[in-house]
Design a protein around this ligand. Sequence first.
Ligand code: ASP
Ligand code: MG
Length: 595
Amino acid sequence: MSLIVQKFGGTSVADTEKIRAAARKAIRAQRDGHQVVMVVSAMGKNTDILLELAEQICDNPPAREMDMLLSTGEQVSVALVAMALHDLGAKAVSLTGGQIGMKTDNSYSKARIQSISTNRIEGLLNEGNIVVAAGFQGIDDDLNITTLGRGGSDTTAVALAAVLGADACEIYTDVDGVYTTDPRLLAEARRLDVISYDEMLELASLGAGVMHSRSIEFAKKFGVPIHVRSSFSDSEGTMIVAESESETQPVSGAAMTPDEARVTVLGVPDVPGKSRQIFAAIADRKIAVDMVVQNVGTKGHADVSFTVPRNELKTTIRAVESVIDAVGAEGITHDDQVSKVSVVGRNMAKQTSVASRMFRALAEAGVNIQMITTSEIKISTLVPKSEAGAALRAVHEAFALHKTPSDAQSWHQIKAERGKKADVDALVSRLRDDALESLTLTGISVTENQARVTLYGVPDRPGIAADMFETIGKAGIFVDMIVQGYDGEDGSTSVSFTVDADDLEKSLDVALKIRDKHGMRDAQGGSNIAKVTVSGIGLRSHTHVATMLFQQLSAANINVEMISTSELQVNAVIDANKAEKGIEGLRQAFADSLL
Ligand code: ASP
Ligand code: MG
């Protein structure tokens, strides 16, 4: 018999009428011959209301009591949903996180799932019940109630689908699927029939609010197909699976993160361990740093720029100030009027000129790019906040995201192909600590024979990046990593990119021409470098990966020249002679997490 997990978000159970409608959906699935597990969120804004209540009682509620409080929201809804099911003539049992055996670690308000016992649920299903499970909550080893973090019911649902070997995990929400970009920001956004886990992970981390990031990590790790659909319409929704919508489209989605801030630490001594010290101070305050750009040092000093969410700017500056003397840096600058515009696509890694197409679109819209970082499936740019809306529109248009690609896979195709269940037990037993949500690394590798080209004193105005990378593309040079960051020396920017070592000479020739054309300060090449890559699932939610990478490299006295991070990889460009040693240290440090 097939098994379906149906998750209903807060808006889908916001009032008694909606609760009845959700119950009817489950009953319909059961009548169609499926066993049904419902996972339910707190009604409407109940979690927010509980948070406010706590705030009125005290400024700093104990974490344990906060989780005790917040978990009640879901307990209310599961009971009401089960009552609605009974009233409609179905057999149903509601269960709390503890009752479904959802074991987590003990980090309150952001607990990670360790294991789920399926016996009780399976027994109830076999007796003909619809099981109504509380989302978002679990228990730790001492039976304390924990919660998984805001939006965590998605993760409960996907986790249950994984361990129960469900045929489908349906996420009922107030939007009818995943769009090429947020339809509230851009009317021409198009609903995707299909999107890949990797793309969805990147988009979720860029703030596409459709799904909890950790639920996508879970789905990817255990091969759970997710079907996002609306509670309020019959639209077909979006399937989130391993494949992308198209095999050829370089970009599948675009995102704009409006409220970012840039921080630049000036004159950081260009010796191993210095930037690590800065980022460790920030990580200690649990702030997620994004878009890290370390300019290749001049005169033994480098400028390190990065972005943080705007509301974390003050704390970030305090963190940097606390170590600035120890680091020996010269100062800090910041800008809180910036936004991030990114494109994401699984096919971009195989294609040339994707970056220059994006930069050209921004140039034509008159948008000035202040920072650039790239990873294998994402290009991010930092732009002035006032230009962010126009930037998003230009990029969406340039990649024709409003049009369905001619080779698009349809929802129906994917639906027909699904059904190969992941062997959860086998996968879990390969992870040493047996925890479902533990860090999972899929590889640690070195790309040798790389070279770097850096342009200094790049004028800070629209169109320069577009012209540079079009010129380089026309010369037939394949560019891998690109970073653009602040250049403390004169407020201009500097741009570095990596190429194959064989292409260095040709790239430098082109770079010198670009330098002369735009009156840049200098162009330099560096050879004998290698790229070290740590790949895995959920590298951003496991923030210590980047920190550990830098710690390892600095302990081995290895200087990091360039950095790029994404959900899927952390890359560091280092001296090729030291790559062997660096990799060895990393393999040891991450031995427990490597598949
Ligand atoms: N009720 C929780 C929240 O509002 C969990 C969820 O809805 O996914 O964050
Ligand atoms: Mg939610």
